[in-house]
Design a protein. Sequence first.
Length: 476
Amino acid sequence: MDPKVTINYPCSKCEAPIQLDASFAHMSEHTKAEIALPVFRGHEFVLPSDDEAAAGYIDKIVQPLTLSANSCSTDAFLLHSNITGLDERFVSSSVHGYTILGCPPRNSNERTPALKVTSELLDLASTNSNLDHPLCEECTDALLQQVDKQLTFTAAKARSYTQLLDQLKNTRAPNIEHLELQLKELELEEKELEAEVQEILAEQEEVKKTLEEKRQQAIVLADEEERYLIECCKQRSLWFDAEEERISFHNQKVHSQLQLEKLKQTNIFNIAFHIWKDDHISTINNFRLGRLPTMQVSWTEINAALGQMALLLCSIARKFQLNFSKYEIVPYGNHSYVKVKGPENRILPLYHYSVIKMMVINTSFDLAMVAFLECFVELVQHLERRSNTTLSLPYPINKHLLEDPQAGARYSIKTQFNPDEQWTKALKFLLTNLKWALTWVSAPALCQPSIPAASRDVSSRMQSSATRHSAVAQRR
């Protein structure tokens, strides 16, 4: 071989050019025979039948190297034999699929011994293993690491299999009859379980049907619940209205009861007929009844007071359904009168026309006053009979006279030959008796009613005032 010719081999993995060691060119036949012994037969590589698929493998697969029978005299290097697109004059094929790329071959039998030995060694190495040769140092180291890992994994797996085999050897042989018996029991249990499964499936179907029915019922109940809620809201609104109305009626009832109790405790006669005093003259509804030398009261006001007194006496008699036996009192304001019962029907005026007291005797007015006093005595007697009690008047009445128990004096109700002071005091005593009777009528349960404080106060003040006026009149 020409010493100028340099042969470069590519790595079968990374396809990088590599330089083989010089010892590959000199090897004995004995060594080559040992290498040729089969160690592990690799799988035969078969390219896909499809041309397009095979073209994808061309750049990745590197077949074992073999020197071609034809070579150039100039520098050349080995490539894969199936490279396409080259001129057939510059490509020579070999049996092992490697070609020498260069000039056209001169002599097909021209091959150097070193190149031949190297090619044979590479063919043997590629044939006896599942790896392609040659390999560079980096690819060889990576391959050795993979082989070490695989070896370690295989050794661990072998140890596991060995341990498992030892365990199986040490395990006692099972009792076949017992196992068969257990198998039968398990088969029976399986059948029972299958029957239970069938029953459960049937029950499941029934439950599904029941569940569907319940769902339909739930839908119906939901609709009914919605209608019920709507109706409940309506009824609740009506209930609230009725409750408010009931509370309003209750409040009205409580208010009415309070007003009723208040009215029961109210004496209508005390409200309608207010008996009091104005200085030394007694009054009824603010009308003065009587006159003094120092206090000349008009007869119109006195007549109005007499009319109020007649109205009070008639109201009490009407309350107790009393009809006077001899007289009929007709309250007519300041023109009230007393009507004598009988065929004559005589009318006695309970009022006076004179502004100044005349010497003319007004017997009709005096008779009317006496008749009024007799009617009052008849009313007191009727009340005593009705209540079976005795009504003790503060100022007893004897015909036309009113007695003062404290002073032991008597005062006439008539105006004939009677000073104004005494006549005024007689009217004061009469009003006091009327107020006493009015108080007794308001509390009929009292057997011995006491004189009201207001009546006593009015009476005492009237008495003291009348006494002073009488003393003044006597001195004059």
